[in-house]
Design a protein around this ligand. Structure first.
Ligand code: SDX
Length: 431
């Protein structure tokens, strides 16, 4: 039986339908609100606004739960591969052996980047941030692959192309930034192994693959694959809602992810930890600054719009981080600082009262550093992991009959109506 919320405004009472989710999450359907009351809602940052119904990921911020298509993140991180999880996120079901083999063949077939695109890299300043390059390159794919998506088969070709090429694109920007020869993908390597080889193999120093590192990279990308309506996913949906092609929509998502408050936090965490290590800032000083309202500084890698407890991904990432450093016999003073920061913060009343705990970005950078990934590519690593989620959310949005062009309303707080007075009448000088 349909449930309703009752809203009374200025003596007028109206019933608003309740939309119920599978996990007991509910929403008030306000689609008729303005038409019936003249009011819109006010919710900067949309912290209390549901933009869609989605079947892809589910989060419970109070209990620290994250599931992709009903599967707990802990089980996927423990047992799945990134390619298998990407298939699940995009297609809604885990692939069988046949689908997995087919996807692997397609990923291989689409792993090269058009040689003409490689020229684009040469014209970026050497110090360009790889997120800006990646966003431009993904957008440029539309010029090379202008075909429209008119069937599921078309969609499969497009998504496999994106997932396969994004890691090649990322590794090319790294190689060129170092003045090294570009390393091509290999048909005999798995998705993650191929990326590591394209990044670090050189003619004079062959990259030795280690299964633990390949496994850690699979887990890293599994943890990032989707996360409901986060900032960058909301951007991908909004751009796609205008019937913009998927490449430009994803490119916009990459740009949104770049920000320090979002995907750029993993790079900002390392810069924060390095400041403590190299500039002698104390953990206590960092905590004090994070609590000081007059200081714009925030404890990077802490806090979350949805999780009001420990980010379940951060727990797995912390374990992954310890394992990778142990296997590589890599001692990183930044890890000791991060552990100390966490210890102090999680027992500090400010952080407890504000429900601020480590998020996925707090430990991820330390692990990436140990793997040899340069700091300015940490958010690129996040983008590669999040790509399946962006693709799935874009497709769900374009196929949802309830979805429309994204176009929020506002509350106007500017000047009331006023007459135009030509410049002379305003007593000022002439042009
Ligand atoms: C990601 O949405 C997603 O799912 C994102 C993501 C994904 O997978 O897509 O999980 C990835 O972006 C993780 C978050 C990475 N960002 C950071 O680590 C940057 C540091 N964190 C914060 O800036 C902050 O916690 C946000 C941006 C993540 C969330 O902030 P909100 O929900 O907008 O909360 P807010 O800024 O309104 O802060 C609420 C209060 C404020 O204090 P009061 O004014 O209420 O007293 O909490 C304080 C804030 O000052 N606060 C912090 C803090 N985060 C929030 N204080 C110090 N340090 C922090 N990190």
């Amino acid at each position: 039986m349909e449930k309703f919320a009752t809203l009374t405004i200025g003596g007028q009472t109206m019933e608003l339908p309740i939309v119920e989710g599978v996990e007991g999450d509910s929403a008030i359907d306000i689609r008729m609100l303005r038409q019936k009351t003249g009011f819109v809602t006010y919710d900067p940052g949309y912290g209390n606004t549901g933009s869609c119904k989605s079947t892809i990921a589910y989060m419970d911020g109070e209990k620290g739960i994250l599931r992709y298509r009903g599967y707990d993140i802990e089980e996927l991180a423990e047992n799945s591969s990134f390619v298998e999880t990407a298939y699940l996120v995009i297609n809604g079901e885990l692939p069988g052996r046949e689908e997995l083999n087919r996807t692997s063949v397609l990923l291989n077939d689409h792993s090269l980047v058009h040689e003409d695109m490689q020229n684009f890299y040469q014209n970026f300043p050497r110090a360009s941030h790889p997120m800006g390059i990646l966003s431009a390159m993904v957008n440029a794919l539309r010029s090379f692959y202008p075909e429209l998506i008119t069937s599921d088969k078309d969609f499969e070709e497009v998504y496999v192309r994106l997932i396969s090429k994004i890691r090649t694109m990322a590794s090319i920007s790294y190689k060129i930034s170092r003045g090294h020869k570009v390393e091509y993908p290999r048909p005999d390597y798995t998705y993650c192994a191929n990326f590591l080889n394209m990044m670090f193999n050189t003619p004079v120093k062959p990259y030795i693959l280690r299964k633990e590192i390949v496994r850690a990279l699979n887990v890293f990308w599994i943890l990032h694959a989707d996360h409901e309506q986060n900032c960058s996913t909301a951007v991908v949906r909004a751009v796609g809602s205008a019937r913009t092609n998927i490449y430009a929509s994803i490119s916009a998502g990459i740009s949104a992810l770049w920000g320090d408050l979002h995907g750029g936090a993993n790079q900002a965490v390392i810069q924060m930890l390095s400041d403590i290590h190299e500039k002698g800032a104390s953990v206590e000083d960092i905590i004090r600054r994070a609590k000081d309202k007059s200081d714009p500084f925030r404890l990077m890698g802490f806090g979350h719009r949805v999780y009001k407890t420990y980010d379940p991904r951060a727990k797995i990432m912390k374990k992954n981080c310890h394992e990778v450093l142990a296997r590589l016999k890599y001692k990183d003073p930044l890890l000791d600082i991060a552990l100390k920061l966490e210890e102090v913060a999680v027992s500090d009343p400010y952080f407890v009262d504000h429900n601020l705990y480590p998020n996925v970005d707090f430990y991820s950078g330390i692990m990436l550093r140990a793997m040899g990934i340069p700091t300015n590519m940490f958010t690129v690593m996040f983008a590669i992991g999040r790509l399946p989620g962006w693709i799935a959310q874009w497709r769900e949005n374009t196929q949802d009959p309830e979805q429309r062009l994204t176009r929020p309303r506002q509350v106007y707080s500017g000047c009331p109506r006023r007459p135009y007075v030509p410049i002379d009448g305003r007593g000022e000088g002439t042009w």
